[in-house]
Every structure is written in structure tokens, then in C-alpha cells.
Design a protein around this ligand. Structure first.
Ligand SMILES: NC(=O)c1ccc[n+]([C@@H]2O[C@H](COP(=O)([O-])OP(=O)(O)OC[C@H]3O[C@@H](n4cnc5c(N)ncnc54)[C@H](OP(=O)(O)O)[C@@H]3O)[C@@H](O)[C@H]2O)c1
Length: 255
């Protein structure tokens, strides 16, 4: 684990459970200042307990990323909380497995709003603040599922793929302004999100271990993409690159 030379100020969007909560705990233990958001951050028992310990270094802000007005107002409050931000970590995510007979417009919309549009809603006001500041880091938690649309998972993975594509597109512009945008594509983690999966999840990780890999990679690696675990990454990258006639035959078998 790297020793920081100074505490960072980090805004975690999606900090109330799973990977976001584990990152929050680790970064607080390391001495950083954190703004933690989720829809009910200010009434979350776990977040309130952490705030009673780290009262001068943890600010809780309720935010529903599917609401445009909330996003611009809360982005300002998150910025003003400690007077600036070093890192914005977008971690909000919604997930549902949808078979054709259960397709529901509202579920597609929720996943698009949470997994993609929320980041867009926040990056617009934040880009002005970070540009004026002239430095900072944006980290967007996508998913290895963004590599290839797998059966029943498209409503979740399509917005994640959009998030990655957007990140690729805006990274050079942001870099020129001193803002370093990075993406994370990781595999299965045992959280509330995946508790609805009935299939065996290969290389399933605990949230604490996933958070540790993310935090270590953020500090020790410089690349645009952080990805793990290795075997699942390799398999999905291969599925993406082989001809569709092969990959779709493979995914047909997974039905
Ligand atoms: N678990 C996996 O296997 C896996 C794999 C790859 C990528 N990921 C990604 O990792 C991230 C964290 O997921 P997780 O597994 O830790 O799931 P989780 O425990 O369900 O955490 C999701 C977080 O997003 C927040 N959130 C959801 N909808 C929101 C909204 N509309 N506005 C604001 N915040 C919202 C949740 O807070 P509230 O519900 O309290 O608002 C919660 O803090 C997600 O982006 C997910 O897609 C997960």
C-alpha cells in the first residue's frame, strides 16, 4: 500500500454499500477527506456510525443520480464541502437480469439512468470546477460486462459499455485540462447487486478484496483502465475480439 504524501479529498457517488462502502472505510482509515453520496446517505446507519468517528473528515450528501436538479446542486455542495475535490469516484450502479419474457421498460431506464446518465449529469457541473482548478482525477466504475453483451445482462452492460465509450472519447480533452479520467472494469463481487444472480459467478470476490485492488491500482498504476481478475478479463477480451460467428455461438450455448 502506498503512503500518501497528503490527504486527498474524494467524492464517492454510491458509497452506502458494497464496493463503495469498503472504499470509503479504507480511504477514511488512510486519512483522506470524503464526501459520501447515495440516495439515503444521510440516514444510513452505517454511514452515520462512520461519521460519528470521522466527524471532521466525512460529509454525507443524499443524491439520486437519476435526478438532474439534484445532480447539479449536490455537485456544488460536494465541491464546497472541503473547498475542492482531488478525486471524483462514480460508483453508482443498478442491476437486473432480464430475460425476453420479462423485459420491462422501467428497468432498462433505471439501469441507463444509474449506470450511465448519472455520470453524465455529474460530469457537466464537475468539469467546470475541475477545469478551473486545473487538476484532479475522475474514476468511473464500469464492469467487465462492458466488453461483450452476455445473455440476459444487456440492460445492465449496455449502459456500462456506453460509459466506457464516453470515457474513451473525453479522456484526451480532459487530460489537456489536467483532469485524469480512468475507468475500472472488474468482475463479480459478492454484494447486494449480485445477490439476485442464481448462476455460479466465476472468480467471485468479496467487496473488501475488490476495494483493496481498486485502491491499490489507483495509487500504484497509471493506466487508463484498471481491470481484474485476470482470467475473467482474458476470457471476455477474447470473446470481444473473435469473429461474431464464434462469439455468438458461444453465448448461444450459455442460454
Ligand atoms: N458486484 C459486482 O459483481 C460488480 C461487477 C462489476 C461492476 N460493478 C459495479 O460496481 C459498482 C458498485 O456496485 P456494488 O456491487 O458495490 O453494488 P451495491 O452494493 O448495490 O452498491 C451500489 C451503490 O450505488 C448506489 N446507487 C444506486 N442507485 C443510485 C442512485 N439512483 N443514485 C445514487 N446512488 C445510487 C447505492 O446506494 P443507494 O441504493 O443507497 O442509493 C450503492 O451505494 C456499481 O457501479 C456496479 O455496477 C459491480
Amino acid at each position: 500500500m502506498k503512503k500518501y504524501t497528503k490527504p486527498l479529498t474524494i467524492w464517492i457517488v454510491g458509497a452506502s454499500s458494497g464496493i463503495g462502502l469498503e472504499l470509503l472505510k479504507r480511504w477514511l482509515e488512510e486519512g483522506h477527506n470524503i464526501v459520501a453520496s447515495s440516495r439515503n446517505a444521510q440516514s444510513s446507519t452505517e454511514l452515520l456510525e462512520l461519521q460519528s468517528t470521522y466527524f471532521d473528515r466525512l460529509i454525507l450528501l443524499d443524491l439520486d443520480v437519476s435526478t438532474s436538479q439534484d445532480c447539479s446542486q449536490i455537485a456544488q455542495q460536494a465541491w464546497d464541502g472541503f473547498g475542492h475535490l482531488d478525486r471524483w469516484f462514480y460508483n453508482a450502479g443498478a442491476y437486473d437480469v432480464l430475460k425476453q419474457e420479462n423485459w420491462e421498460l422501467a428497468k432498462f431506464e433505471t439501469m441507463m439512468q444509474t449506470n450511465y446518465m448519472g455520470a453524465v449529469r455529474l460530469m457537466i457541473p464537475l468539469s467546470a470546477y475541475f477545469t478551473a482548478q486545473g487538476y484532479g482525477e475522475w474514476v468511473w466504475n464500469s464492469s467487465l460486462s462492458s466488453y461483450f453483451g452476455l445473455p440476459y445482462g444487456g440492460a445492465y452492460s449496455a449502459p456500462k459499455a456506453a460509459l466506457v465509450n464516453l470515457a474513451e472519447s473525453i479522456q484526451p480533452e480532459l487530460k489537456a485540462k489536467g483532469i485524469n479520467l480512468r475507468i475500472i472494469n472488474h468482475g463479480f463481487v459478492k454484494t447486494r447487486l449480485t445477490s439476485k444472480n442464481t448462476f455460479t459467478m466465476p472468480q467471485l470476490m468479496q467487496p473488501h478484496d475488490a476495494a483493496q485492488q481498486i485502491a491499490d491500482a489507483l495509487e500504484n498504476e497509471k493506466g487508463f483502465e484498471i481491470r481484474f481478475p485476470k482470467l475473467l478479463t482474458f476470457i471476455l477480451a477474447l470473446v470481444r475480439f473473435i469473429p461474431y460467428s464464434w462469439s455468438l455461438r458461444l453465448t448461444q450455448k450459455a442460454l
